[in-house]
Design a protein around this ligand. Structure first.
Ligand SMILES: Nc1nc2c(ncn2[C@@H]2O[C@H](COP(=O)(O)OP(=O)(O)OP(=O)(O)O)[C@@H](O)[C@H]2O)c(=O)[nH]1
Length: 384
């Protein structure tokens, strides 16, 4: 299964092979069915039944004649005999075109042909009896053997037709099973394909999501932030703000409590940032640096939010195992005024300069300015 999922062409090869098998089986069954279930075969069965009805008429008339019954009707007898004149060649032709083996009907056809050759004479003999020139006994002696032979021939042909008919039933049953089998297998293959496609889409989606997420904190990463910031700067005319957050003296946390505690602190900070940032994006840029992208609030509200988050973290006690850690953050904030033409790198650069100032001025504070580089707070220190 693993090999197959790594090699989709193998799946397609299997699927095509399966389709070829299905198509070949269907064509085979269709051809077989056509030869057995064709309209000639049905017509043959009807002709045989009708001929057997004629044989019964001949037989009953002979019995009436033998009994000297008034029910004897020479005209009916003649009609039944006469109908054999065209029914015999009709049946013989259909037999030859049918799927019945020739050996199965050869003897009957030969008998029927011989009878057909005698029918004209026989009808004359019936008429002669009606005219009184041929006795009943003489006519019965001629007609009984003929009636017997016809009855035998049709009865044998009837059996042959029935045996073909039972073959037809078996074939139809086989065909039904095949069609349902194919249907379920095709459904199964389609379901498997849908499953594989869904899984591959899910995996691609997950992969693309993972490409946008930070492993440790689960926040968005720098790549995603850049993409979203560029998009926001192009699409939105409102005030777009960017805050770079750097944990103060984080090295000391690692040094004093160990790297795993440092990781735990980073995760907690990530949770605090996410919980307090409803209108924008929180990302981890790497190391102990985070970033907030504001897309909805006014620049004053954005700065207010930065201050609020800084205070929350200042007052938070972060528990990691048995250790309780107090930490502060420094923030460099920059915003683009509405309609200002600014790209992400400019915004980032200015926010970074502001962060530098916040660190320089004693940490645990927010420093900010606009993208024009005009400092609005902590401007005491020169930025080069
Ligand atoms: N636990 C942990 N530590 C990290 C990770 N990434 C970076 N660091 C540590 O973060 C510390 C950053 O230290 P510095 O750049 O010296 O800065 P600082 O100690 O925070 O001091 P200031 O930034 O000047 O306030 C280093 O000790 C890095 O090893 C991480 O994923 N996990």
């Amino acid at each position: 299964m693993n090999k197959l999922s790594r090699n989709p062409s193998a799946i397609w090869a299997l699927f095509i092979a399966f389709l070829v098998v299905c198509t070949t089986s269907l064509v085979y069954f269709q051809n077989k069915s056509r030869s057995l279930l064709g309209s000639d075969f049905t017509a043959l069965a009807i002709d045989v039944v009708q001929s057997q009805y004629d044989v019964r008429t001949i037989n009953s008339q002979l019995v009436h004649l033998e009994d000297g019954s008034v029910k004897y009707d020479a005209a009916l007898l003649v009609e039944a005999l006469f109908r054999q004149n065209y029914r015999i060649p009709l049946i013989v032709n259909k037999l030859k075109r049918s799927a019945i083996e020739e050996s199965q009907y050869e003897a009957m056809v030969s008998t029927l042909d011989q009878i057909k050759a005698k029918i004209g004479t026989t009808i004359n003999q019936v008429n002669a009896n009606t005219n009184g020139s041929l006795s009943n006994e003489a006519l019965l002696q001629i007609l009984y053997p003929i009636e017997l032979e016809i009855a035998w021939s049709y009865s044998e042909i009837h059996s042959a037709v029935q045996s073909v008919s039972s073959l037809e039933k078996r074939l139809r049953k086989g065909l039904t099973i095949l069609v349902w089998g194919l249907f379920f297998t095709i459904m199964l293959v389609i379901a498997a394909l849908v499953f594989v496609l869904t899984r591959s889409f899910e995996q691609r989606y997950l992969l693309s999501k993972q490409n946008e997420l930070d492993d440790l904190t689960g926040l968005y990463n720098r790549r995603y932030l850049m993409k979203e910031a560029e998009y926001a700067l192009q699409q939105s005319d409102s005030s777009i703000g960017l805050a770079i957050i750097d944990l103060d003296l984080f090295k000391a946390v690692n040094d004093n409590f160990g790297h795993p505690v440092g990781d735990e602190v980073l995760k907690r900070i990530a949770r605090i940032l996410s919980a307090n940032m409803q209108d924008g994006i929180v990302a981890r840029l790497g190391g102990e640096e985070f970033c907030l992208l504001f897309t909805a609030l006014s620049s004053e509200q954005q700065i207010e939010k930065c201050e609020q988050i800084r205070t929350i973290i200042e007052h938070a006690t972060i528990g990691a195992g048995n250790v309780k850690v107090k930490i502060t953050i420094s923030m460099g904030f920059c915003y683009r005024k509405p309609h200002e033409d600014v790209v992400f790198s400019q915004l980032y650069q200015q926010a970074d300069k502001a962060l530098y100032l916040a660190k320089k001025n004693g940490r645990n504070q927010v420093s900010w300015h606009g993208c024009d580089g005009e400092l609005e707070r902590n401007s005491a220190v020169d930025i080069v």
